[in-house]
Ligand binder design. Structure first.
Ligand code: GTP
Length: 595
């Protein structure tokens, strides 16, 4: 155990974690040269296509150093704020962290937030100045920033390039020298923390764990403490490039367990595994609950696929512990699920994963944050969907979630960023210079104003030179109203939204205009109306199609006609009929494009 090192790689998005991990795997010959491909650990198609890490990935390396063999368990983590729950869980499996900072960018918002997560878990931090091959790298300035941030000596900071391979050996040596070996007693009763899991339709659910105390052997009878269920440890092993079975694994190690579990709900990330015969007295403290930032409904396009969607959501949740959901019914859409996400990117990824990995076609409804209402009897009501908003005469007041936002940017963009935040009902709380050109600003802002498109706006006005991190700080009273949408006189609950009164008229007008663009024309006029209570505040019409589109093709080219029909079929994919009107997926997300 004294030669085991468990560490994660943390950084702001795009500072080069995955590329650096590739070099470590190459240098330790964990992956043969011919099997090497860029960002090897980002093995989901979605990650490769988008060039971002969504999931944490664990892999074990062997490294000879000072005449001994070290076992290094590496966990690569995502950088995007929507996936910070992945980071916090990975950190729980480690004693140390490589903190990667791009030498051409300097410290960014998630450098700081991920560092705080690591320090909070008492990890040994090894700062690495990465991308030093870049001609516009600023090693001296960024070194100063890092020294200021973590209070280390300039000499503690390693210089590296994941691209050219500079500094890789020094990083591996530092991991062995500076990160402590795991503590724990291999003879004690078994205590292993489940930090992730994967659904595999052939082998059953694979559980990833880190052993804190005790030893797990193949064939052992084990128990999951939260559910009380017992299983045989049919196969255990380490996570190399592929899974590598082992006969036994001791305290401090990271690995996988397969025991033929088919039911997703039996596995809970954060649960403790122990032995049936000699159980531990206490479970390891699990993970803090996730705090979803955005809520939206997910509905099957085919109403008959509701049960299948439920089972797919359960399986997806195994691999995405930050997804929360419960059943919901909509008058317009029928049976579905109300889901909580950590942000819009997370919501998009969940929808895509349901489609790709589970072959479901789903509609996500208008996203919303959570509101609180205080009832006339002072009772607290949580509102996760506009349909849950009580009538105004039944409540005293409404509260909306507020966040504290940290924005790091170049000094020339300070003015425009303040203007943007003011427009979003924000309050500036502080401003400090990291260097003569870089500023860290703190704002308090309503979550509903920033969760949808704020980041895009911030990027635009700062030409990409701004990073953002935020955390919830509580609820504050706000004058919110429910805005309903009617199509041909019929209220479509899945299109309702809760908006600030001061912006509601403008909002209703824009929403109707957007819907007019997005709703496909049909054989009849479609009246779009927005209302607050009984009052109609905006109206638009989608004009009827003049002619039958297929009529044009009669007598014409048969293949052209078929193509047209196929096109229409494809267009149906993410579309739901509500009454007589067909609503495409984009219409539910129209609220995101309102200003
Ligand atoms: P996320 O996981 O999405 O947070 O990103 P990441 O931190 O893993 O970054 P990634 O390794 O995907 O690298 C981001 C970009 O920087 C890619 O285009 C890399 O090719 C490039 N890059 C990474 N390391 C270096 C380096 O040392 N030098 C140079 N010049 N480019 C690098």
């Amino acid at each position: 155990m004294k030669n085991i090192r468990n560490f994660c790689i943390i950084a702001h998005i795009d500072h080069g974690k995955s590329t650096l991990a590739d070099r470590l795997l190459e240098f330790t010959s964990t992956v043969a040269k011919r099997d090497m491909q860029a960002q090897l650990l980002d093995n989901m198609d979605l990650e490769r296509e988008r060039g971002i890490t969504i999931k944490s990935h664990a892999i074990q390396m062997q490294y000879p150093y000072k005449g001994e063999i070290y076992t290094l368990n590496l966990i690569d983590t995502p950088g995007h704020v929507d996936f910070s729950y992945e980071v916090s869980r990975s950190i729980a499996a480690c004693e140390g962290a490589l903190l990667i900072v791009d030498a051409s960018q300097g410290i960014e918002a998630q450098t700081i937030s991920n560092l705080y997560l690591a320090i909070g878990a008492d990890l040994e931090i090894i700062p690495v100045l990465n991308k030093i091959d870049l001609p516009h790298a600023m090693p001296e300035e960024v070194t100063d920033e890092i020294v200021d941030l973590i209070g280390c000596e300039p000499g503690d900071i390693l210089h590296a390039s994941g691209k050219t391979g500079i500094g890789i050996e020094a990083i591996l040596n530092a991991i062995c020298d500076r990160i402590p070996a795991p503590k724990g007693d291999p003879e004690a009763p078994l205590q292993a923390l489940i930090f992730d899991s994967v659904f595999n339709s052939y082998r059953g659910i694979e559980v990833l764990f880190r052993i804190k105390n005790g030893t797990m052997r193949k064939g052992d009878k084990v128990k999951f403490m939260a559910t009380g269920k017992e299983y045989g440890a049919d196969e255990i092993g380490i996570l190399g490039l592929n899974q590598e079975p082992r006969q036994e694994m001791g305290a401090g190690n990271v690995g996988y367990l397969i025991s033929g579990i088919k039911e997703a709900r039996e596995v809970k990330v954060g649960d403790t595994i122990t032995h049936v015969n000699r159980p531990t007295a206490e479970a390891i403290q699990g993970f803090a609950d996730v705090k979803p930032m955005v809520f939206a409904g997910i509905y099957p396009v085919e109403t008959t696929e509701y049960e299948e969607l439920r089972s797919s959501m359960e399986k997806l949740q195994l691999n995405d512990a930050s997804l929360v959901w419960e059943p919901e019914t909509s008058v317009a859409l029928g049976f579905g699920f109300r889901c909580g996400f950590l942000g819009m990117l997370h919501m998009e990824i969940v929808q895509e994963r349901l489609e790709r990995e589970f072959n479901m076609t789903v509609i996500t409804t208008v996203p919303s944050v959570q509101f609180h209402a205080i009832g006339t009897k002072d009772q607290l009501l949580t509102i996760n969907a506009p349909s849950e908003m009580p009538e105004p005469n039944l409540i005293k007041l409404i509260e909306e979630p507020f966040i504290k936002a940290q924005i790091i940017t170049a000094s020339e963009y300070v003015g425009p960023i303040i203007t943007l935040c003011m427009d979003k009902r924000g309050i500036i709380k502080g401003q400090s210079y990291l260097t003569s050109e870089r500023v860290e600003m703190t704002f308090e802002l309503p979550l509903s104003e920033i969760v949808f498109d704020f980041f895009d706006k911030l990027k635009t006005i700062s030409r990409g030179y701004a990073s953002l991190d935020y955390e919830l700080i509580g609820f504050r009273e706000a004058d919110m109203v429910k805005l309903d949408v009617m199509l041909n006189g019929e209220k479509v609950d899945a299109l309702s939204a809760i908006v600030h009164r001061s912006k509601s008229y403008e909002w209703g007008k824009r929403l109707c205009e957007k819907l007019r663009e997005l709703l496909p024309r049909q054989m009849f006029d479609i009246a779009i109306q927005a209302s607050i209570g009984q009052k109609i505040i905006a109206r638009e019409t989608v004009k009827a199609l003049r002619k039958n589109v297929i009529a044009k093709c009669y007598g014409g080219d048969i293949s052209r006609k078929r193509k047209l029909l196929e096109k229409q079929k494809e267009g149906k994919k993410r579309m739901r009929s509500v009454g007589s009107v067909e609503i495409p997926q984009e219409a539910f997300l129209a609220v995101l494009k309102i200003d």
